[in-house]
Design a protein around this ligand. Structure first.
Ligand code: PLP
Length: 373
């Protein structure tokens, strides 16, 4: 995938490399109360519900800002003020939700496993049985901290069995990793424009089960992050309550069309999976070791353990790869030194092979003979 674009390719968890078509969709100005913008917003909302498989039972409520704004809006809108949230944590994004609850002064319990370990589904079930105050559970689909794929279907089943409600932060997975809302019992899923949909950054959205959203009036701690109010206003006149990110919406509309043309979630999953295997096999050949075993790894972002060779200096490695046209990502693990390389965005297997060639040249320049940890 080469758009004759001289920008470095972003092997990161977002913002990502976008197509020329998506960038070109932004080369106009629109009035926020104009019908063409109202139509674009509606197209985006409809396309998101289509991708989710949720049908008429669901609605997509957009929210200005980055993904965290959408997560904060989801938790603040769905969790009643007098109830409690169970947060399933195995990385930084789970911890971020706990911090959001601290700011909002909402009660929560954390159930944590290490960053390379899936959640303990049995422990979730026991915690729900022991604590009747917990009304909602929140889980991260792909924990971008490590790249681990969490078993949301199994978690959804125990949450439903305990008669509680599920919220999902699917920020780095939605659009590329199957999550069929016609089968998975959950009230809300948060994601954003700039990850697996390959749009530009600037808006999040929450797919909400309408029957659950109807019950949320008065829950929100924040006017701008009240999904109920945003939804009511949008249903009434098709408009956003406050200044919308007009260019982002048009870029997102173009990106969603490309997503559908590629074959939707299945098509994107196939391309990202190939990107991921090319990357992992190539890096292994240089001695690098991924943190996660194949069965835990989502085809989104790969964490590599830091090489032990003293000649390997991450900042130098990063800078030289950037000079060669590839931007990688620092690690975010608390348990071990690491760095990350993403396989999402407007990139294909040839781009990944290009990145591997740049890694090989860079290792040679640095005098590093193996990437082994
Ligand atoms: C990217 C991401 C977010 C949101 O991050 P922002 O920087 O606010 O866009 C939330 N959760 C997960 C799992 C993510 O990958």
């Amino acid at each position: 995938m080469n758009d004759d674009n001289r920008d470095p390719l972003l092997l990161t968890p977002g913002p990502l490399t976008t197509s020329a078509e998506t960038k070109q969709a932004m080369l106009h100005d629109w009035g926020s109360r104009d019908q063409s913008f109202i139509d674009a917003t509606q197209n985006v909302r409809d396309a998101l519900v289509d991708v989710s498989g949720g049908g008429d039972a669901f609605t997509a409520v957009p929210v200005q800002g980055s993904g965290t704004f959408a997560v904060e809006a989801m938790v603040g809108t769905f969790l009643p003020k007098d109830r409690k949230l169970l947060i399933v944590v195995n990385g930084a994004y789970g911890h971020r939700i706990a911090k959001i609850c601290d700011y909002m002064a909402r009660r929560y319990t954390v159930l944590e496993t290490p960053e390379d370990t899936p959640p303990d589904v049995g422990a979730i079930s026991r915690t729900l049985a022991d604590d009747p105050d917990i009304s909602h559970v929140v889980v991260i689909h792909c924990e971008t901290t490590s790249g681990i794929l969490n078993p949301v279907e199994d978690i959804a089943a125990v949450v439903a069995a305990a008669n509680r409600r599920l919220l999902i932060d699917a920020m780095s997975a939605f659009g590329a990793i199957p999550l069929d809302l016609s089968r998975i019992p959950c009230d809300a899923v948060a994601a954003s424009s700039n990850k697996c949909f390959e749009g530009v950054p600037g808006m999040g959205f929450v797919l909400c089960r309408k029957a659950a959203l109807e019950e949320t009036k008065g829950n929100a701690h924040s006017l701008s992050l009240d999904l109920f109010d945003q939804w009511q206003a949008m249903e009434a006149n098709g408009q956003w309550r406050f200044t919308p990110p007009t260019h982002v919406v048009f870029a997102f509309e173009a990106a969603l069309k490309a997503h559908a043309r590629e074959g939707g979630v299945d098509g994107r999953f196939a391309r990202y999976s190939e990107n991921c295997s090319v990357l992992v096999e190539g890096m292994r050949a240089f001695g690098f070791e991924p943190l996660l075993s194949h069965n835990l790894q989502a085809p989104i972002i790969v964490t590599f353990k830091m090489p032990s060779d003293p000649k390997f200096v991450f900042q130098t490695f990063y800078d030289r790869l950037k000079d060669r046209g590839y931007v990688i990502y620092p690690g975010k693990l608390t348990v071990a030194e690491s760095f990350r390389m993403g396989c999402i965005g407007h990139l294909d297997a040839d781009n990944m092979r290009g990145a591997l060639a740049a890694v090989e040249q860079t290792l040679t320049d640095m005098g590093v003979t193996s990437g082994a940890p």
